[in-house]
Structure formats: structure tokens, C-alpha cells
Design a protein around this ligand. Structure first.
Ligand code: K7E
Ligand code: CUA
Length: 656
């Protein structure tokens, strides 16, 4: 323990050294003509498009941001797990159900790992998935609309971190628990953690046509922490790999107590075997309570359904489906190379990078060469499964990506660098500093059999001195490198939003061609849609007032409403009649305890207002939509509770 503390202290010194001395002025060491050459590489002329999309997780923003590469320009923030007043997501009546959970309405999330759907091991650009750590959930975003269309809560999970990675035909999006917990949850002493808590690894099926998600099964693993995961591919398709830490099963001061074992494990899961077992009726249906939220594109409305059971499988029920690969020391990243042969475990406290061989693993299993077992799960011998190690590549390795040309790139948090090394020979080929303290890195097509190894970007945790200061809080920084040559070349710094952990990126063409421009008004099946000005009306049901309203440049219909009373609940159902690309209208009502709405062409959205004061109150369009945008406004007359002002509305004439 003393030694460990020493190591930790040594690391802290190294961190301090790197974050204070690494203040290089010109980070690529180039100037003049060479620098302008670098500038050309990231220059995308006005009106031209970037070659790649990059989707960066928002971390504690709960969302996903969209960038172009190589320019580093941010195009959009897609709201996923957090309310987003910019569009009204999580505020409108239609989207509030997206944020429903077994704990009630949750306005925020912590999103870490986006992953794009695949077909035959290649990125297909249909959907992007992302995990929420804090209140475990997996979301799906449709890349035709860039809208979150489905969120499923993950029961029996806590700190949903080894998520959300997809298998090579998007059969499953996988979610593993970081924290082990009592399953089922119950009141018990925390000190009884060891041997009693469990970690659930969830396999969420994705329907091939619709993309609908459903929890197919959960594997109830020993009470370790399951940190990151990646699917097998090619020869290892059908397997999934998870790094673990805290195999000590400590429940206090993990900083020290979870760093005792010389080796933790990578758990290798033969999901095909478990799938077959489950398809034959294997496993147990266990009572559970979790939300499944689906956005319907025809009604423009989300529904939330509470699901009441989940299928769980104990590894001991399916012999030969789960193995442990010893991996030094508290590994974080768990990355599989494009061929599916190599599984890289990045031991945070290890001097060397460990690479396991899938082929050797199968041989060892075949020959039943086991070093022992943990909770009935066979442990393989480290030497039997080791493909090789990269000797002393840097300090604090976190994550690895591949360029598809036989090279791997690993980030080192403590020594603040990306190191390029060769698969098979394990030699270090190049290293480039990052500014500063890099977490994940991304190569377009990274988690697939065909990475597009032209660029790599590193997502850094510390930004100081890279940009103009903005007070104590700085946005995190990403750095783009050209990796097409032998040596990595730093091209660009760009600020990011929230805290990007992982990012997914791909060639732009597949997404660009399918990108939707409007919602077809004819297809709008929203129950409160008004498809022409003639359909507009105001209907009272008790103290609810429903306003069927339309927008078109540049008026609301109706624009004047009378007969609303204090204490009413007023629903503005707004249909945007526009059928042109990029012509949303907004809606904002004075005193509303909610956000504005942004309504896309052909879409219907609903905003609720509960007037508390008598008067004549205006509303207006929030999006500058035409030269007469400022004229796009209206009034609601609010009378006293006991008044008998009749319900009336109008556009273009006086209310009589
Ligand atoms: Cu390393 Cu959440 Cu993938 Cu952050 S995680 S860096
Ligand atoms: Cu509509 Cu401004």
C-alpha cells in the first residue's frame, strides 16, 4: 500500500510537470511557409463542405455535438439526455416523455461514448447510439433527422460506462455497468459489497429495419467495475470484451484499495452462445422497472412505456460463454483492432500496454488451460493469451484507435501525448504531444473493420493557454492530426462543448445524401395538427384551453385570442406550414415556465402556459424567419377566474 501511494504521488508530480511546463508556443514547431501549408490542410473554403462528420459526446452536457473535419467547425448540438431550450427538446409536450425514467423526469445526463451503426463491419451512417452514465440509459439518434428518436433505460445498472458500442451488424448495442450494485436493489450494509454486489452487462437488440431497441438479456457478472468495452469483429465477431477494475471488490477508498491486484481482467463474452441459450428459453425473467421512450416521426410525439421485467443470465448457466483474461493494472480502454485479432487493454497504472490475441485465447480455451476461476468463471493464463506488449510507451494509457494500415494510436493522459505503434511488432513509431491531458482519441471509422485513417483527433481535458481566456471555465480542447504519413502532424486546435469523452466520425457522403430537409406536412399525424389556416381553432375542455395554431411567413394563425382565464392550462399546438428547407418558426409566451419552441417545417409542437396574471399578454416568433419576422406576434387576453369573457380568436380582423 505504501508503494502504491508513492506511485500515486509520483504520478501527481508528473501531471503537475506536464501541465505547467508544456506551454509550447508553436505546438507543431513550424512557422512561416510550413505553417501556411498546415493551414491549407484544414481550410475548407466558404460554401464548401467538410470531408468528415465527427460526433463528439457532450459528457456532462448530456448531449452530442456535430463537427466537420478537417475544419473543426461545429454544426449542431443534438439534445439527447438534457433539456435543450434552443429547440424546446425536453420542454415541449411531445419530447418530455423522452426524458422519463423509473426515477421520474430527469432533465440531465452524462453522455460518454457515441457509436455509429454498422453493416458487415462497416459504418453505415443510419443511427448513432450514445450512453448515459448517471441514470443508465442508451439513446438512439436518427442520422436522417439528427434527432434523438429512442431512449431505453438500463435496469440493474449504475454508472452505465462500458457502453454504447455496437456489434458488426448492429445486432446489439451493448451497455455495461461501471458500478456493481445489489441485484435486485435492496437495503443492505455497504460493507457487505464483496461477493454480494453484481455487475450487469446488457445486450440491447436493435431491430434490423426499424432500429427499435429492446433489452434481449443481461449477464449478471461478479461485483467488479466494468469500465469500457468493444465488440469482436471479423474472426472474433460473436464475442464482446469488457475491461474491469476493482476486481478486489473494494467498497471504500478505491483509489488505493482497487489498485492492489497486479492484474485485473478483460472479460470475454461469447454473446452468440448466450443469445442461442436465450433463444431456447434460457435465462430468467426478473421483475424490473425501466422506461422505454420512443419518438414517433409521424405524430412528432414521444411516448414513454414502463417495462416490467428483464431477462437475466448467470454466467454459470452457460458454460464456455464467459472467460477472464488477466490484464495489468486497472485497465481503462478496451479496444479491438480492425481484423478482430488483437484486444488492447490499457492498464492505467501499468508501464506497458497489453495486447491479447483472440486466436491464442481460443487455443487456451480449447486446451482448457486455466489459471483458476473467479465466481465460477475460468481465468486464462496471462502468458497464454498475450499477443505482445508495447514496452514503456508513456504514462497513463487510456484509449486506442486504429488506422486500418496496421498501426495503433494510444492516448496517454499523464504524459499528455498520442503514441503511434505497430500491431504485431509492438514497436513505437511516433509520438506527438497533446495540449493537455488527453482522454479519448478518434479516427473516422474507428470502431469498425475499415477505419478511414486520414485524420485523428485527440480530445483533451485541459485547455489552459490554448485560446483567449474566458474566465475560470474553459471549453475543452480537441486537436486534429494528419495521420496519412509516417509521422503524425498537428493541424488544428478546436474548442468543444461540454466534456467530450469519445467521439465517432465517418465520411460525410453517406449521411449527407440521406439528410432530411423538411417533414412532409401531408404525413403529419399529430392529433393536434392544423394543416391549413382554416383548421385553426381554440377549444376549451374544463380549465384546459387547446389552441390549434399555424405558422407561416410571417404570421401566427390565430394571432389574437380572448377568453383565457387565470388558472387555465393553455396548450399552444403549433404546426409550421412551411415546406422549405431551413425555415423553422419559433414560439415564446411571456411568463412561461418553459422554454421557447423551435418548430421545423411540417412539424407540430406543443408548449404549455399557465397564466397567473390578468392582462393582455404577447407571444412572438423567436427565429428571425423573414424581413417581417418582427411582425410575427400575437396577444392572449387573460381574464379573472370568475369572468365570462367568451372564448374567441381571430387573424386579420377585430375580435367582436
Ligand atoms: Cu476514458 Cu468515459 Cu471513455 Cu472519459 S472515458 S476519457
Ligand atoms: Cu417566424 Cu420569425
Amino acid at each position: 500500500m505504501k508503494n502504491l501511494l508513492k506511485i500515486n504521488i509520483a504520478f501527481i508530480f508528473v501531471i503537475a510537470a506536464f501541465t505547467s511546463c508544456n506551454n509550447a508556443k508553436s505546438s507543431n514547431g513550424k512557422s512561416g511557409a510550413l505553417a501556411s501549408n498546415v493551414a491549407e490542410k484544414v481550410y475548407v473554403a466558404p460554401g464548401e463542405h467538410d470531408e468528415f462528420y465527427a460526433f463528439l459526446s457532450g459528457g456532462y452536457s448530456g448531449n452530442l455535438t456535430v463537427y466537420g473535419l478537417p475544419s473543426g467547425r461545429m454544426f449542431k448540438e443534438i439534445p439527447v439526455f438534457s433539456q435543450f431550450p434552443t429547440s424546446g427538446y425536453g420542454y415541449s409536450e411531445e419530447t418530455k416523455p423522452m426524458l422519463n425514467t423509473s426515477h421520474g423526469f430527469i432533465p440531465w445526463g452524462d453522455s460518454h461514448h457515441p457509436d455509429i451503426s454498422q453493416t458487415n463491419g462497416e459504418i453505415d451512417g443510419r443511427f448513432i447510439f450514445i450512453n448515459e452514465n448517471n441514470t443508465p440509459r442508451i439513446a438512439k439518434i436518427d442520422l436522417r433527422t439528427f434527432e434523438t428518436t429512442e431512449i431505453i433505460e438500463v435496469p440493474n445498472s449504475a454508472g452505465n460506462h462500458s457502453s454504447s458500442f455496437v456489434t458488426e451488424n448492429t445486432e446489439y448495442v451493448v451497455a455495461g455497468t461501471r458500478f456493481s450494485i445489489p441485484i435486485p436493489q435492496r437495503d443492505m450494509p455497504i460493507k457487505d459489497y464483496k461477493g454480494n454486489f453484481q455487475g450487469a452487462l446488457s445486450f440491447i437488440s436493435v431491430a434490423p429495419e426499424t432500429g427499435n431497441m429492446d433489452i434481449k438479456f443481461q449477464i449478471l457478472m461478479p461485483g467488479f467495475n466494468y469500465d469500457l468495452s468493444h465488440p469482436g469483429r471479423g474472426k472474433s465477431h460473436g464475442w464482446f470484451f469488457f475491461t474491469t477494475y476493482n476486481t478486489e471488490e473494494a467498497s471504500t477508498l478505491l483509489e488505493v484499495n482497487a489498485s492492489q491486484n497486479d492484474k485485473d481482467f478483460i472479460a470475454a463474452i461469447n454473446w452468440k452462445k448466450i443469445e442461442a441459450y436465450v433463444n431456447n428459453g434460457g435465462g430468467t425473467m426478473m421483475p424490473a422497472n425501466y422506461a422505454h421512450n420512443v419518438y414517433d416521426e409521424e405524430t412528432h410525439t414521444a411516448t414513454s412505456t414502463m417495462k416490467k421485467e428483464v431477462r437475466v443470465v448467470n454466467p454459470s448457466e452457460v458454460p464456455g460463454a464467459v472467460y477472464f483474461l488477466p490484464t495489468p493494472k486497472s485497465p481503462h480502454g478496451c479496444d479491438v483492432d480492425p481484423s478482430g485479432e488483437y484486444i488492447v487493454g490499457n492498464g492505467k497504472l501499468s508501464a506497458n500496454l497489453t495486447v491479447h490475441s483472440f486466436t491464442k485465447m481460443l487455443d487456451a480455451i480449447e486446451n482448457k488451460k486455466f489459471a483458476g476461476e473467479a465466481y465460477g468463471i475460468p481465468i486464462l493464463n496471462f502468458e497464454d493469451v498475450l499477443a505482445g506488449s508495447v514496452e514503456q510507451p508513456g504514462l497513463g494509457p487510456l484509449h486506442t484507435e486504429f488506422d486500418g494500415k496496421g498501426n495503433a494510436y494510444t492516448t496517454f493522459f499523464i504524459s499528455s501525448e498520442v503514441v503511434k505503434w505497430k500491431l504485431g511488432t509492438w514497436e513505437v513509431l511516433d509520438r506527438q504531444p497533446t495540449f493537455y491531458s488527453v482522454g479519448h482519441l478518434t479516427i473516422p471509422g474507428g470502431n469498425s473493420s475499415k477505419p478511414q485513417g486520414k485524420y485523428m483527433f485527440a480530445m483533451n481535458k485541459i485547455t489552459k493557454d490554448r485560446y483567449l481566456p474566458t474566465g475560470p471555465e474553459l471549453e475543452h480542447s480537441a486537436q486534429l492530426y494528419d495521420i496519412s504519413g509516417d509521422k503524425m502532424e498537428l493541424l488544428l486546435d478546436f474548442p468543444t462543448h461540454g466534456e467530450p469523452h469519445y467521439a465517432a466520425a465517418m465520411r460525410a457522403d453517406l449521411i449527407k445524401e440521406r439528410s432530411q430537409k423538411i417533414y412532409n406536412l401531408e404525413d403529419n399525424k399529430h392529433p393536434y395538427a392544423a394543416k391549413t389556416d382554416a383548421d385553426t381553432k381554440v377549444v376549451r375542455k374544463g380549465n384546459e384551453v387547446h389552441i390549434y395554431m399555424t405558422t407561416i411567413r410571417s404570421h401566427f394563425s390565430p394571432d389574437n385570442i380572448e377568453g383565457v382565464k387565470v388558472g387555465d392550462k393553455v396548450y399552444f399546438h403549433i404546426t409550421n406550414l412551411e415546406q422549405d428547407f431551413d425555415v423553422p418558426h419559433g414560439f415564446a409566451m411571456i411568463g412561461q415556465n418553459s422554454s421557447e419552441l423551435l418548430v421545423m417545417p411540417g412539424q407540430t409542437k406543443t408548449s404549455v402556459w399557465e397564466p397567473k396574471q390578468v392582462g393582455v399578454w404577447p407571444f412572438y416568433c423567436t427565429d428571425f424567419c423573414s424581413a417581417l419576422h418582427q411582425e410575427m406576434q400575437g396577444y392572449v387576453r387573460v381574464s379573472a377566474v370568475d369572468s365570462d369573457t367568451p372564448l374567441k380568436w381571430s387573424l386579420g380582423e377585430d375580435i367582436e
